[in-house]
Write a protein that binds this ligand. Sequence first.
Ligand code: K1U
Ligand code: ZN
Length: 169
Amino acid sequence: MALLSILCFPDPKLHTVAKPVLAVDDRIQTLIADMLETMYEAKGVGLAATQVDVHERLIVIDVSEGRDTPLVLINPQLIWASPETHLNEEGCLSVPGIYDGVQRHDCVKVEALDAEGQKRLIEADGLLAVCIQHEMDHLMGKVFVEYLSPLKRNRIKTKMLKAQREARE
Ligand code: K1U
Ligand code: ZN
């Protein structure tokens, strides 16, 4: 297994729209293992392939207390979203240290392939529903800060660029 580098906002590669996974083969199994290791090491609850510069529709999630219940979604399709929404505090491993409120559907139903290539229906609420919506946005090239006002987004962009410049010095 290997730790992967996570792209940081405002890297333009985060805006790439991911293509479907064509086959759940050894390459994808290795990518799943590496993404899970990277997500656990970064203490995240989710990670989209986009964030590790792989532009294919693959997400890993683990919202369990014990950090021992990984969920793998390949080629996820949103098939239903509740009309009820809530403002949820979100973070992002690609925008470290920034947390803000995003309006999300309370419940979602998603169809996807699992790590074995089997079709599954996932019915989610709570943090899992929020995380699935956040990760599916990544696959569409959308970062959560794009839901914030232009003023907030620009402040975050300036802060991130400064932190990246200082880290290089
Ligand atoms: O996609 C990512 O960057 C991972 C992201 C997923 C996410 C968390 C919370 C709401 C929406 C999406 C994170 O893991 S952020 C950091 C985190 O560990 C966390 C944040 C809030 C609650 C629980 C964990
Ligand atoms: Zn994110």
